[in-house]
Design a binder for this molecule. Structure first.
Ligand SMILES: Nc1ncnc2c1ncn2[C@@H]1O[C@H](COP(=O)(O)OP(=O)(O)OP(=O)(O)O)[C@@H](O)[C@H]1O
Ligand SMILES: [Mg+2]
Length: 243
């Protein structure tokens, strides 16, 4: 369960709210897609959710645990793929994954199973023993995705995880996201790839200027316009708010 209760955030020196009174409840077992124009507040929301940023007001609650009150416990509930990768450049990919497995207390047997499986699926095996500084941006992204899956968290939080992935990796990621939720866990991800969001998400939230302007299943968002697409809805809703 993911809950935002009246969450507000304004960056120092800024006039506008990056996140403006966000209220959101996402049940377990759901893939939730978070979409919105550039600068709408998606990454800020995700950083508030992961405890990287603190809200000015309001609460973030993950699996019943209040991030402000019990941050360590709350942070144990999720795996996180950020939108940029400042990783430990001198570690090898394998060192990085083993380090994460240690942090999250994953057994040797389980971690070896997972590391082998995901390195293969994301075609990163041949780079596993190279230093991360030799990786391309997308290789780092894939490593970060594997790192977020390795401890089987109840919540996966991914900030634009699909950007730049090749078709096979994209397919693997989508399958992993679906499987993850079949087991009663949840996925919260931001994206600009609306056709993927349309097919993958159980629920979608649209944010603009820090405000959640729509939320629901695709059918709920479509309302009476059954033949509409998420792209058409997105354009319509975000334009309505502007005018
Ligand atoms: N570190 C920061 N300091 C000041 N303002 C910031 C900072 N980070 C983001 N902002 C501002 O907060 C607002 C929301 O930005 P955010 O990065 O959350 O948007 P986003 O929806 O993730 O956009 P994108 O689709 O481009 O990734 C924007 O107006 C942005 O300029
Ligand atoms: Mg962003």
């Amino acid at each position: 369960m993911i809950r935002f209760e009246s969450v507000h955030k304004t960056y120092a020196g800024s006039q506008a709210k990056a996140v403006d009174d966000l209220n959101l409840d996402i049940a377990s077992g759901k893939v939730f897609g978070f979409i919105g124009p550039n600068g709408a507040g998606k990454t800020t929301t995700i950083k508030l959710m992961t405890g990287i940023l603190q809200p000015d007001a309001g609460r973030v609650i993950l699996e019943g645990i209040d991030m402000a009150q019990r941050p360590l416990e709350a942070k144990r509930t999720f795996g996180y793929v950020p939108d940029s990768f400042e990783m430990y450049d001198r570690l090898t990919g394998m060192d990085y994954l083993r380090f994460l497995a240690d942090v999250y207390g994953v057994s040797i047997l389980r971690r070896n199973e997972h590391i082998e499986k995901y390195l293969k699926l994301f075609e990163l095996e041949s780079a596993a023993y190279q230093q991360i500084r030799s990786y391309s941006h997308v290789m780092k992204q894939k490593l970060s995705i594997i790192g977020a899956l390795i401890h089987e968290p109840s919540i996966s939080i991914l900030d634009e995880p699909m950007t730049g992935l090749d078709p096979k990796s994209m397919h693997v990621l989508k399958e992993e996201m679906k499987n993850h939720c079949k087991e009663g866990r949840s996925v919260f991800f931001s994206t600009h790839v609306l056709d993927v969001a349309e097919r993958l998400c159980d629920e979608i939230g649209i944010i603009q200027h820090g405000k959640l302007i729509a939320k629901g299943t695709l059918d709920e968002l479509k309302g009476s316009e059954k033949d509409s697409t998420l792209e058409a809805l997105f354009l319509e809703l975000t334009q309505q708010e502007e005018s």
